[in-house]
Design a protein around this ligand. Structure first.
Ligand SMILES: [Zn+2]
Length: 482
């Protein structure tokens, strides 16, 4: 995230909702066109049998029997895709509203067909949510939780992280993150080379992967050499600068707020894009562009009217909405030229297309709820943004399913594709997402760990979350910190 940073200090008790109750033993989705996302293909008129939380059988409808007593979902003229993955999902309850609202937020993510979410800046409450969802006590997306952010200094009124300024502090922080049970180490801003080297070395020792921002003190070459997983395409555009160009500040991270950051785009050489993409691919580095967020926040801009007409608005109280819109207002006060903003979008798009051509993996991340781009809604927008950047619908869908699953599962995931034995995380669509990636939002039903949520249930989940979150006040620490 690039707006106001994140946090929380107070761990509030989370009320325990009733357990998820399964009413049927097996579920058969029949006559559906399956897009399994393993290779580029569609399995037409198939039956998918789910038992417990797993896919038990998958085959042509004509030759696949439905188990006795199974609940049957007739999905003729519909499409089945794996549950979507959001690799960059912050929550309002990370900092702006009380932590007890996290389940209502997770319900919105799930109701949008996102069955797996990576929390990029974690806190202890997320670990508890991760366990409750995994063992079926809470219905929500499967969570992967990075540690509290490591940054060169603390930011903002509340800072869910740790300032690390030397190698010893960095090593201690990484060991604590591992001991606490987080899944990854997250780097954000103002990381020195010494800190970076210590983080990478210690993370390797304790068996955690490093994700996040890349800053100018580290640079892309070192980040690629270390093989961290890079968010936002940080430092990719800087790497396009001509030799000897007078670029002192780049546009990545905090640079997007500085006029000099935008000047750096004038010195970028497009002819270097293929070599950049090859270097990323050769390094085995996976990228989460968060393209929709960056394009709409800093490139094309969204009008307040457009934001207020979005479906996201009903999930925030007016004061939370105004807080989330602050970034837009502040950026417009020092707006870079339209020419530079267009170039920003064009260069990012060309880099994304080149990464795909080079075989460098691309993963979808929303960076919700920054700038009023909430949750699951924005994951669908991100798939569209990746398509707008030049990916085919299949490539974009892969960025939101199989590719992030492969990264999270470290090459052996049990989700992200549709096959026998995989976890039953599925989305039924009313229209073909390969014909238009926008069709991923035409959701007829969602299955999460074998729990079937039909359209009525999804609408009820949305309504309940809207009612709760729409009345959730902004935490006073946030107001006072401004
Ligand atoms: Zn973020």
């Amino acid at each position: 995230m690039i707006g106001a940073p994140i946090l929380a200090a107070v761990a509030l008790a989370i009320p325990v909702p009733p357990p998820v109750v399964k009413t049927v033993d097996a579920i058969a989705i029949v006559h559906v066109d399956v897009i399994p996302m393993d290779t580029e293909r569609v399995l037409r008129d198939y039956t998918v049998v789910v038992r417990g939380d797993r896919i038990e059988a998958l085959g042509p409808a004509a030759g696949t029997s439905v188990p006795d007593g199974a609940m049957v979902i007739d999905a003729r003229d519909k499409w089945l895709i794996p549950g979507l993955v959001d690799m960059h999902a912050h929550l309002l309850s990370d900092d702006r509203i009380a932590e007890r609202h996290a389940p209502a937020e997770l319900a919105v993510i799930l109701a949008n067909g996102v069955t797996t979410a990576r929390i990029p800046i974690g806190r202890p409450g997320h670990l508890e949510l991760r366990e409750r969802i995994a063992d079926g006590r809470l219905l929500g997306p499967d969570l992967w939780v990075a540690g509290p952010q490591l940054a060169g200094r603390s930011f903002g009124a509340v800072f869910n992280g740790r300032a690390v300024t030397n190698g010893d502090e960095a090593e201690a922080a990484v060991r604590e993150i591992a001991a606490a049970g987080y899944d990854f180490v997250k780097l954000t801003f103002l990381i020195s080379r010494e800190v970076f080297d210590a983080v990478v070395r210690t993370a390797d020792e304790v068996g955690l992967r490093v994700i996040g921002h890349v800053g100018p003190d580290v640079g892309l070459d070192r980040a690629l050499e270390a093989g961290i997983q890079i968010e936002h395409l940080d430092e990719y555009l800087e790497a396009l600068a001509l030799e000897g160009a007078p670029v002192t500040h780049g546009i990545s991270g905090l640079g997007v707020w500085r006029p000099e950051g935008w000047e750096s785009l004038d010195h970028a050489d497009e002819s270097r894009i293929p070599a950049l993409a090859r270097a990323v691919a050769d390094a085995g580095v996976w990228s989460t562009p968060t393209q929709h967020f960056l394009v709409t926040a800093f490139g094309e801009l969204r009008s307040d009217e457009a934001i207020l007409e979005s479906p996201d608005v009903r999930f925030v109280s007016p004061e939370v909405r105004d807080e989330l819109l602050l970034g837009h207002r502040q950026f417009r006060e020092r707006l870079p030229s339209e020419e530079r903003r267009r170039r920003f979008v064009a260069l990012r798009s060309a880099v994304i297309r080149a990464l795909a051509d080079a075989g460098a993996p691309i993963m979808a991340g929303s960076d919700s709820p920054e700038w009023m781009l909430l949750y699951g809604f924005t994951l669908h927008r991100e798939l569209q943004a990746l398509s707008d950047a030049g990916l085919t619908s299949w490539e974009a869908l892969r960025a939101g399913t199989a590719t992030p699953a492969a990264w999270l599962g470290d090459g052996n995931p049990d989700f992200g594709t549709i096959a026998v034995g995989k976890r039953a995380d599925l989305v039924i669509l009313d229209a073909d997402p390969l014909a238009s990636i926008a069709n991923t939002s035409r959701i007829a039903g969602v299955m999460a760990r074998g729990n079937w949520l039909d359209a009525d249930r999804l609408a009820a989940m949305m309504d309940a979350s809207a009612e709760e979150l729409g009345g959730a006040p902004l935490r006073p620490e946030i107001k006072e910190g401004r």
